[in-house]
Write a protein that binds this ligand. Structure first.
Ligand code: ATP
Ligand code: MG
Length: 569
């Protein structure tokens, strides 16, 4: 491709709304053009990277035995009502009406459509196992679209769905996808780690996310350096921290004035005890119904854990009015005598001498024994705290470390959640009707493109791994009007293409400095430069983007050297 014939525009300045390096660089390198927040067009360079990633995904899906299909993005809401997810998806699902006034949705994901597809076609165990996949545009009305391709309203996803006769067979399908994911991310030049994950609105009981470690990542990941346990913060467990007040106090429970103390720390200071000895009481709405949550004073609630523990689809902090009505004013909430269900974090199990809010402004109750107090009714003990760095690993007890990650893929064991509610069954070998076991597997293809840029860049721009570089070679014509240079560039372009490389020829009437800067910014894996001077010196200059290593070679030696560099990078 010739630069002069393509509308490629690089930017000198970072766009104002770009917060993370990959977003800045994707915009500056002219790979993306913003329409508005959460909506981006791909330039001829951007779309090439997207297609290269798609092709890697496609090859590995095919290799894992999955078959490519293409579902519709437009779906009737009735399908979502059938599965019971129309409500759960809430406002994140784009809805529209057709001319008959029927509600349609723009697919945010395709479990329902995939299940419908299978129930239309399959009726016998002989047709299973089947894994289908597609690479398609998805739509989600995200609360906060941001970071360029990382969180968009419209994005490209690879989604796959497996159907098996029983759960042992489903485990095999899951493992095949898991292994394929490891290969895909490796081929994309990404360092991606599988971690245990929350299943969220998709459902099911077991899932792994594939995380690209990056300080800008939106997810927290707890990992154990000694036993390799790794989990998303939304799910991570811990061994309960030691408890210094496990013995009941000799003193009776007592109400103490704590004027002006509204936070755990203020209450602890007023009472002269450690903040961890003050119980944190919170009122939440679980699918609209108020519940109380108790945690150790220095712990925070992990909302996805609460949602899972209660089996509900949405949890949110209760408003001050509801809170005051059911448990006292903000800052003095406590569990004594409340009539709403109380869920306590497991780490409070040993707490026999703690302080709690008294349920009235300006008072706390000390020497409370949560286990034995007749006025405190704990509905259930659950793992509810957010695990943080330094907490002990649930497997081996060593301190956990916290890293940040970008979720590029997610694999789920769904069980019969969709197949059962949507009435998909097949006949087994004995002629008995059975409900197939399902798995689903997503890769954020467009997010992966940007995650690659997030992990592969330097001060001058992006450094694409050769497998996904928009063009493997940037061929710079320094004096494009000079007929000798033009002829050498033409000949080398054909020779390189013949050797299997794709080439972007920078034939613009621009100063060399600008061409070098743009080539670095765009980040094609290999740069080849031809000018009157290089020809005088005997050929072309070949430079590897990643290391800057440069060699001057006779023109006919260039294709072989380029092939060698591309294979190694
Ligand atoms: P997140 O927690 O980041 O919102 P999710 O759990 O909603 O992701 P899934 O429903 O599992 O994501 O979707 C599969 C994959 O699609 C994700 O692993 C991610 O890579 C990608 N993805 C999800 N939402 C977006 C988005 N708004 N923009 C770009 N990619 C996305
Ligand atoms: Mg999401």
């Amino acid at each position: 491709m010739r630069w002069s014939k393509t509308l490629l525009c690089t930017l000198r300045e970072d766009p104002k709304d770009a917060e993370i390096v990959s977003h800045k660089l994707m915009m500056r390198a002219g790979l993306l053009v913003k329409l508005e927040g959460g909506l981006y067009s791909y330039s001829p360079l951007g779309v090439r990277v997207l297609h290269k990633v798609e092709n890697i995904v496609r090859e590995e899906m095919d290799r894992a035995g999955a078959s490519e299909v293409l579902f519709t993005a437009l779906q009737p809401i009735s399908l979502w009502e059938e599965s019971g997810r129309a409500g759960i998806m809430g406002k994140s699902m784009f809805r529209l009406r057709d001319r008959n006034d029927d509600t349609m949705v723009l697919g945010p994901t395709h479990e329902e459509v995939a299940t419908d597809y299978l129930r239309t076609l399959a009726s016998s165990y002989r047709q299973l196992p089947v894994t289908v996949y597609q690479i398609q545009t998805k739509f989600r009305d995200e609360i906060r679209p941001r970071f360029g391709l990382m969180r968009c309203k419209e994005f490209v996803m690879k989604d796959a769905y497996s159907f098996d006769i029983d759960s042992d067979a489903a485990d095999i399908s899951y493992q095949k996808m898991y292994d394929a994911y490891l290969r895909i991310f490796r081929r994309c030049g990404l360092d991606a780690h599988p971690v245990e994950a929350d299943t969220g609105a998709i459902g099911g009981n077991h899932s792994h996310e594939f995380m690209v470690l990056a300080p800008s990542g939106e997810d927290g990941i707890l990992h154990c350096p000694s036993c390799r346990y790794a989990a998303n913060q939304e799910r991570a467990e811990r061994r309960a921290p030691p408890c210094d007040w496990a013995t009941p106090s000799a003193e009776p429970r007592a109400r103490v004035a704590t004027p002006g103390a509204h936070t755990v720390d203020e209450a602890a200071a007023a009472l002269g005890i450690a903040s961890d000895q003050v119980v944190k009481s919170l009122v939440y709405l679980a699918d609209g119904k108020p519940v109380m949550v108790l945690l150790r004073g220095n712990a925070d609630l992990c909302e996805p854990k609460l949602r899972r523990a209660l089996g509900c689809s949405e949890v949110e902090m209760a408003d001050p009015e509801t809170t005051a009505r059911v448990a006292g004013p903000f800052g003095s909430i406590g569990p004594i005598g409340v009539s709403i269900p109380v869920y306590a974090d497991n780490a409070l199990k040993e707490a026999r001498d703690v302080a709690v809010g008294a349920g009235e402004e300006g008072f706390h109750v000390v020497h409370c024994n949560l286990m034995d107090d007749p006025d405190v009714k704990i509905a259930r003990w659950e793992d509810l705290a957010t695990v943080v760095a330094g907490d002990r690993c649930p497997r081996c007890g060593e301190p956990l470390e916290l890293a940040r990650g970008i979720e590029v893929g997610h694999v789920f064991k769904l069980g019969v959640k969709y197949t059962k509610t949507m009435g998909f069954s097949v006949l087994d070998a004995a002629g008995k009707s059975v409900t197939p076991v399902m798995g689903c597997y997503g890769i954020g293809v467009s997010r992966t493109v940007q995650a690659i840029a997030e992990q592969n860049n330097d001060k001058d721009g992006i450094v694409w791994p050769a497998a996904v570089s928009p063009f493997q070679v940037a061929l710079l014509a320094l004096d494009p009007k000079n007929p000798e240079v033009a002829a050498a560039v033409d000949a080398l372009e054909s020779a390189l293409e013949k050797a299997g490389a794709d080439v972007l020829v920078d034939d613009r009437e621009e100063r060399p400095g600008i061409k070098f800067k743009d080539a670095d910014l765009i980040g094609c894996s290999v740069r080849v430069t031809i000018g009157a001077r290089s020809l005088e010196k005997g050929g072309a200059e070949v430079r590897l983007r990643r290391t800057g290593e440069t060699t001057l070679l006779p023109l006919d030696a260039v294709p072989a050297r380029v092939a060698e560099l591309l294979a190694a990078n």
